[in-house]
Design a protein around this ligand. Sequence first.
Ligand code: ADP
Ligand code: AMP
Length: 214
Amino acid sequence: MNLIFTGPPGAGKGTIASRISEELKIPHISTGDLFRKAIKEKTPLGLRVESILASGELVPDDVTCGIVEERLKLKDAVDGFILDGFPRTIVQAEALSGITRIDGVVNFLVEDQLIIRRLSGRRICRNCGAGYHVDFMPPKKEGICDVCGGELYTRPDDAIEAIQNRLEVYRVQTSPLIDYYRRKDLIIDVDGSPDAASVTTDVLKLLTRLQAHR
Ligand code: ADP
Ligand code: AMP
């Protein structure tokens, strides 16, 4: 299945995508992760996008679409994928429609108050990128990744000013995608506010139903 996970920052797209990716054996492709990897490796792309990510603005469409197009050419994406955080604009959605077919768009619904709590408590492993939350998904040992023992850090764009900007960017530039994909009958709404295990089960059920109707 070729899937998009959409919703505001902090809705749980990455957390649920990584679990569903393991379950369905399809790659989890996060444009945010691809940019953060480039920043960490100080590639030309990383140097170009570092300040954009820190501010919470969007990376230009041509740059983002180019990266996704290249990533989707890799062998592991032939039998399906989960795009997390892409597309984020109508221009990106139009470009994507020229690259591949999409079977469903899972739309994570979460209130702003919970989003702010989730983002301000988010911690990421500097080494392997695994995600945690200080209250909702704490690591076994504070500040240390359960998976690889790496150091956990707070993303610069999870600072409160950047969170407010990202919510605004989401409202103005990304939320119109919901109507765009609803018109194509691709939207699958899911309540993203329960715990991650429940949301994962709900999404898997909805995807099983989608597969049965394809
Ligand atoms: P997104 O990819 O949509 O920006 P994340 O998956 O990174 O969001 O989740 C944001 C934060 O909320 C992370 O710290 C994550 O551990 C936590 N989180 C995600 N989903 C849930 C959930 N269902 N219940 C509680 N916390 C969650
Ligand atoms: P995320 O990890 O999805 O929260 O993304 C982190 C940041 O990466 C965003 O705030 C943007 O600056 C950038 N980014 C990720 N995906 C896209 C996209 N599809 N289009 C433009 N910028 C993006």
